[in-house]
Design a protein around this ligand. Structure first.
Ligand code: HEC
Ligand code: HEC
Ligand code: HEC
Ligand code: HEC
Length: 437
């Protein structure tokens, strides 16, 4: 697809973008000291929460007992499924030793940056998210130490939603350095799905966002986190299209950016329906995040809404080979998303915003906009998040009935292979009574 010149230009713009963002924990300088240094009962390994402290102090206990990053992430690499994936890919090492797997299923900084007590078997450890602790482990407990000072010493800025989204997506989608390609999926790796707010809630969190947290680290708005997560996820997919290294894996472009079920469904099931821009028999770009952004932009920047939708349409057409250069369309949309993110950073969402976004998602869904599974799945997580925020603010009327209606929606997206758009649409209608106050 398209010319080498366009590829070179696209790569240059990726490099320019990389300059002004904080380094991810695995790329940052400094030594990774290992979980054991955080785990003492006087530090983050207390059995119960401390009353007088501004952090819970039992983060290690939460992480090691219930967080899949500790319990499962590394362990799964030794199971039968991973053995099969490694064998199918023809890896020279077993999965738990192979960089291509350990980069995401563990914490894999360069050998010379590992402290004496660093253990690879710890899985996705504290420093995989909070950054190498060498330069801040002593100072962050000094009386009066501020979050800004800790960040200056190398603590990764997890409270910033843009930085947070880049961090989680680096493993829950992939980035320039690590990535679950269609080849890896073809070898048996599961499909990956992610939504920043939902996954932050289910991890489960080892922190509490209260007044004290916000005084130390700034405002936290869950809807903003959701919205920024969508924008960053869309950019990561566009980067795959734009990145010549990932864009080609024998076939061009990499199949992971398309709707999986556009190809993977029985031929006897004819399910094509007219949808934006593309004709029957073409593959479709996975637009699940872009569909969410449509609602977000419509609410936060109504003047730009039409232009944004036009950019998305151009991308769909170009990718399906129906006019325009796919790389140019992807680069343009990617830049457009930078502007969306800049606006979202300072945006607070009130009840009216939440209701408008919720209504938009439900109406678009009933109208058939989320005919593809991936769109329906994202919409469901988004609807659940937004309803949850409304409920927490006490603005959701009958919470129990709303939850029951939401459960029926979840039921229709539980299994991607059994997904039927009509069932999803009719379950969404059940949410309508809960939209008005
Ligand atoms: C870009 C990051 C990334 C890479 C690279 C990666 N994985 Fe994964 N893998 C994930 C994530 C994230 C999940 C969890 C998906 C979910 O449940 O949402 C996962 C899930 C899995 C699972 C299922 C886990 C379970 O709990 O059932 C297996 C098995 C697996 N990966 C094996 C591998 C192997 C083997 C490799 C190397 C060939 C590999 N992965 C490479 C990110 C990655
Ligand atoms: C998968 C990523 C991830 C891992 C792994 C992780 N954390 Fe966190 N942690 C976060 C996020 C996100 C936050 C919330 C933002 C913030 O407060 O910085 C957080 C917050 C914290 C806080 C601050 C709470 C507050 O009120 O200020 C502490 C302390 C903490 N984590 C300790 C740990 C320890 C100790 C470990 C390892 C045992 C660990 N974390 C592992 C992502 C992670
Ligand atoms: C270094 C890579 C890495 C980073 C960074 C990371 N994760 Fe994960 N995460 C994984 C892997 C691998 C798994 C899969 C564990 C399994 O099921 O085997 C996982 C699993 C999860 C799960 C459980 C999913 C399920 O199917 O039950 C949640 C929730 C999650 N991560 C949230 C987050 C959030 C939120 C962030 C950002 C704060 C984050 N992760 C950052 C690698 C990572
Ligand atoms: C353009 C069409 C296309 C798209 C889009 C696509 N795939 Fe595939 N997929 C294929 C083909 C072709 C094969 C090879 C089938 C074979 O070897 O029989 C394959 C193989 C696979 C396999 C192995 C199946 C087997 O029989 O062993 C898995 C798993 C898979 N794909 C998952 C995915 C996921 C997940 C996505 C979306 C992220 C996706 N695919 C998107 C065409 C596609």
């Amino acid at each position: 697809m398209k010319t080498l010149l366009a590829l070179a230009l696209a790569t240059a713009s990726l490099a320019a973008f990389a300059a002004d963002v904080p380094k991810l924990p695995y790329e940052a300088g400094g030594k990774h000291v290992g979980v054991v240094n955080c785990a003492s009962s006087l530090c983050h390994g207390s059995i119960s929460e401390w009353k007088g402290s501004n952090v819970l102090q039992n983060e290690y206990v939460t992480w090691s007992r219930v967080d899949k990053h500790a319990l499962r992430a590394a362990q799964v690499l030794t199971n039968e499924r991973s053995r099969r994936i490694a064998a199918n890919l023809g890896l020279k090492e077993p999965a738990h030793k192979a960089k291509v797997c350990v980069d995401c299923h563990g914490h894999n900084p360069p050998a010379e940056q590992r402290g004496e007590r660093f253990k690879a078997s710890d899985g996705v450890s504290c420093e995989a998210c909070h950054g190498p602790a060498e330069k801040w482990i002593a100072s962050h407990v000094a009386p009066g130490a501020t979050h800004e000072e800790n960040v200056a010493n190398g603590l990764y800025p997890t409270p910033d939603p843009v930085a947070l989204a880049r961090l989680c997506l680096s493993c829950h989608f992939g980035n320039k350095d690590k990535f679950v390609t269609h080849r890896i999926m073809g070898a048996g790796h599961p499909r990956i799905s992610f939504e920043l707010d939902t996954f932050t809630q289910t991890q489960p969190p080892h922190f509490v966002i209260d007044e004290d947290w916000q005084r130390r680290k700034g405002r936290w708005d869950g809807v903003r986190v959701w919205a920024i997560g969508q924008a960053l996820a869309a950019q990561e997919s566009l980067d795959v299209v734009l990145d010549p290294k990932r864009g080609r894996d024998g076939l061009f472009p990499e199949l992971v950016v398309f709707d999986c079920h556009a190809c993977h469904h029985p031929m006897s099931e004819t399910r094509w329906k007219p949808r934006v821009g593309t004709r029957p028999g073409t593959i479709r770009f996975n637009d699940s995040n872009l569909l969410m952004l449509r609602q977000i932009v419509r609410r936060t920047d109504p003047a730009e809404s039409a232009a944004f939708n036009a950019q998305v349409l151009q991308l769909h057409k170009a990718v399906a080979g129906e006019g325009g250069d796919a790389l140019e369309a992807a680069a343009r949309l990617r830049r457009g998303l930078d502007a969306v993110i800049a606006k979202l950073r300072g945006r607070e969402f009130d009840d009216r915003d939440l209701r408008a976004i919720l209504a938009g998602l439900v109406e678009d869904g009933i109208a058939g906009s989320y005919a593809d599974y991936a769109g329906a799945e994202q919409a469901t997580m988004a609807i659940a998040s937004v309803m949850n925020f409304l409920a927490r603010r006490g603005s959701l009327g009958d919470v129990r009935a709303a939850n029951a209606a939401l459960d029926r929606v979840f039921e229709t997206v539980r299994n991607d292979e059994k997904y039927r758009g009509e069932r999803f649409q009719s379950a969404l209608s059940g949410l309508k009574p809960h939209l008005a106050r």
